[in-house]
Design a protein around this ligand. Sequence first.
Ligand SMILES: [Fe+2]
Ligand SMILES: [Fe+2]
Length: 407
Amino acid sequence: MKRIMFVDDEVRILDGLQRMLRPQRHVWEMAFAPSGQAALQMMEAAPFDVIVSDMRMPGMDGAALLKTVREKYPNVLRIILSGYTELEAALNAVPVAHQFLVKPCDQDTLQSAIERATSLNSILNNKRLESIIGSMQQLPSLPKSCMEMREALADPDSDSHRIASLVERDPAMSAKVLQLVNSAFFGVARNISDINMAITYLGKSILENLVLSVEIFRVFRPTVSIPGFSLEELHTHAQFTAKMAGHVAGDNAIRRLGMVAGLLHDVGKLVLAEATPEHFARAIEGAKKEKRPLYEIEEELTGVSHAEVGAYLLSMWGIPYLIVEAVAHHHHLERVACEKVDLLASVYFANWLAHEHDAERRGAAGIPNAPLNMEIVAKLGVEHLLPEWRLEARNTALDLEGVPHGK
Ligand SMILES: [Fe+2]
Ligand SMILES: [Fe+2]
């Protein structure tokens, strides 16, 4: 049974939660603490899986409590349950909370948020992943793109597309902004899966606050340089994959979702580069030496690759499940029963095409691409599309390098 801790200084609210969650007592073991200090004492006495804390409390507030929990028990999933009026304070807690919920919160919402946080699908259910993510403070990102975004936001002539494209070309910023938009604060009833949609729903000024709040606490400290890993290159690869995912998906509803998933698909590499740099460096070195795809070496070393690490993080952030799934399976489409070129397939093919282009460009100096799963290609009946996809990949590469070409 999962052990869940609820913390609120208002006895009335704690009682309400206890009553509301009574039907859950066969599934969860629940504890209710009236203060941060009491919660920490109870956590010292016995381990917990999830903590759901109020934001504003006398003494130790929710942000301080979750910060301590992150330091002492990095594997515990941290959820803030807060009022609308505490938005600003709660935003300060962004680095320490995995999810946000707004009070009053009904049983279904609370239950599904906790379930989403606890019952990830079987491939994400891995202690190693939990501890990698749990020990992270924030994702690294590119300060250069932050600066450009700040300028664009300050410019009254910037239209929302320009701002969206600035946000979207940076996977870490994009993920965090979507996390925030999808957290219950903004009262958006549906899942917001891309930045343009976020601007439509929330307006530029809220987006600006989101972007800035993300920028303030995310600090990439390249204390350890990892041979063979470059943020710039990862950035380009993410954009390449996003563009190709959109192309492979075609003109349909999954196109934009595919692009977001493409942007985010390798976000796990950022996590590993920051959280376990020595280990990540060893994996890259192994891939180069053995001439095998990086994810295979990662899987051999720890049982998980950057795909699962990224998916785990995104799912903790409440990013739409479809995107999480596409990220988790971007090297292993055979894990899912794929019947058509859906979101998962678009990201799989897009990533493969991007890596193929990269492997060609680097030749013997690079890491070889994984073989394309021809069984799946045949099953989906896309063999005849491959030459056209390859051509588009070459054009995409030229686009990203800023080289004009006749499409
Ligand atoms: Fe990957
Ligand atoms: Fe990739």
